[in-house]
Design a protein around this ligand. Structure first.
Ligand SMILES: NC(=O)c1ccc[n+]([C@@H]2O[C@H](COP(=O)([O-])OP(=O)(O)OC[C@H]3O[C@@H](n4cnc5c(N)ncnc54)[C@H](O)[C@@H]3O)[C@@H](O)[C@H]2O)c1
Length: 276
């Protein structure tokens, strides 16, 4: 067994599903203790029960990352239980407001939710951990942003409007925040990086594929997963979409001692979907 993260405390937001859950799997398989939060309390509880059955030490709480006070009180709980936070993975994200998949163009609520979760929720999360890391003069923060925050590409976008714009802008902000936070925290021996996933069939791409289906007559007879798969095969040089564990392995690398000279960087994990 790889015990790379033995005695490390890893805190992940949006950990009940998708990339966050895969990151929790990879870190715990390599010996880490986990602190996990999510808005989906039932799913989070299932995940936590499974970890406990496997003998993994885990603290969890239902938290909405837009609620700064909840995050600060959870950080204090993590410190009380484990004594430190070594690694933080702000991963929770929102694609848009309700009925996103049925709309051609954005509404105000799309801007509000993507800003409050993907930007302010991210800032709330790192604000709530950074003093603990500064105190230890040690820490790794790996933010989950998106290749769409760098160079959006409108594959299959026929007849679709601007509904994805708020999400793309929020993820660009997450990348710029990574740069700023790396500069701010570098003198405290804290590395801050971001991974930029391409396309994964989690709830995110399910909603986007449903949006393609309702807007684009070419897709009318296909189910959302087929739409996703067809686009991925034509779009990525590697001819496939990513899986949550693909992203988790890169998060683990950036959180490891092997990446101690890497900070302020955005790493595409996207099968070559964009090439910078
Ligand atoms: N799926 C993709 O193709 C893709 C591509 C690029 C980036 N991303 C990013 O990856 C991250 C994880 O998404 P995923 O694809 O694993 O989706 P997912 O839906 O499987 O997981 C997201 C998790 O975040 C939780 N969450 C949502 N809002 C929250 C909030 N306000 N507070 C706390 N938890 C909240 C959800 O309940 C869910 O468990 C997101 O930041 C997303 O933007 C995803």
């Amino acid at each position: 067994m790889n015990n790379q993260f033995e005695n490390k405390v890893v805190y992940i937001t949006g950990a009940a599903n998708g990339i966050g859950k895969a990151a929790a799997d990879v870190f715990s398989e390599r010996g880490a203790k986990l602190a996990l939060c999510d808005t989906n309390e039932n799913l989070l509880q299932e995940v936590v029960n499974d970890y406990k059955t496997k003998g993994i030490e885990v603290l969890s709480k239902r938290i909405d990352v837009t609620q700064k006070n909840e995050l600060f009180s959870f950080s204090d709980q993590i410190i009380s239980k484990f004594g430190k936070i070594d690694i933080c993975v702000p991963n929770a994200g929102a694609i848009g407001s309700s009925d996103f998949s049925k709309r051609k163009d954005y509404i105000d609520e799309d801007w509000e939710i993507t800003y409050s979760v993907n930007v302010k929720g991210l800032v709330n999360t790192t604000d709530s951990v950074k003093d603990h890391m500064i105190k230890n003069n040690d820490g790794k923060i790996v933010i989950v942003s998106s290749q769409g925050g760098r160079k959006p590409r409108g594959i299959g976008d026929k007849d679709r409007g601007n509904v994805l714009n708020p999400y793309l802008v929020s993820k660009a902000a997450a990348i710029q925040f990574t740069h700023a936070l790396a500069i701010e925290l570098g003198k405290h021996n804290i590395n801050v990086n971001t991974v930029c996933p391409g396309r994964l069939y989690t709830s995110f791409w399910q909603q986007i594929a449903e949006n393609h289906k309702s807007m684009n007559s070419d897709y009318a007879d296909m189910d959302p997963f087929e739409i996703f798969k067809q686009q991925a095969e034509s779009y990525f040089p590697l001819k496939r979409a990513q899986e949550p564990r693909d992203i988790a392995y890169s998060i683990a690398f950036l959180a490891s001692d092997e990446a101690s000279e890497i900070t302020g960087q955005a790493l595409n994990v996207n099968g070559g979907g964009i090439l910078n």
